[in-house]
Design a protein around this ligand. Sequence first.
Ligand SMILES: [Zn+2]
Length: 266
Amino acid sequence: MNILIYLFIILFGLAIGSFLNVLIFRLPEDQSKWARVKRSVCRACNKVLKPLELIPVVSFLIQKGRCRSCNEKLSWQYPAVEITAAAIFLLLTFIHLPFGAVISETSVIFLIRDFFIASILILVFTIDVKHFLILNKVIYPALVVVALFNLYLLDFDLKKILGIIIGALIGFSFFAFQYFFSKGKWVGGGDMKFGAFIGLALGWQGMVTVLVLAYIVGALFAIALLISGKAKFGAKLPMAAFLAPAALLILLYGEYIWSWYFNLMI
Ligand SMILES: [Zn+2]
């Protein structure tokens, strides 16, 4: 039984990854173009893709990463996002529904919430890396959905709800401060909203740990770029590229990591 669930989750993760790829390509484009193209097409030759060309990962491998009509190279984004989504969904399922555990309603809703949070993190990460953009049409609905999930899962317990509100405020004000202080040079307006999303999703402990992790990795990355001469001092980095992976790590293993971190600090 359990094996079947895990197998289903892998296929489900690949399908969601495939859907995320569509959003990653289409959301940053203008809506009029999006409305015209209803079916999936090759982005080089515009040929409508057949069902066999739309199987996550498998089609990419069979076609050796090229379009069957125009032979143009397909983006690595397709299999990368699909495999990442499937792998994270599988890890989340191991955590919430471990082998042989009794499946409760709460654990299933927890799992669905985490699937949602992981999908948003993958979406924001990929669009920010490609376009230096965090889209309102992604963040606003995501904030509402994750707030509703957490209200339900925290059983309307005021103390716990305060924990996620403080998390959202920490995430938002951390970037708002930098945004106004640097007049938008260090971070973008989207970083504030993304910070609020991570805080609302993971609570204040998760938020603090994500910021520490993201800034350590971000600083090392920036130093490496400076030393190798690939970037000048003051060059802008897509912040979500560091925040999203840190938030994914905390989503998966947060309790272990922040209890270790806060023990270290106290
Ligand atoms: Zn093509």
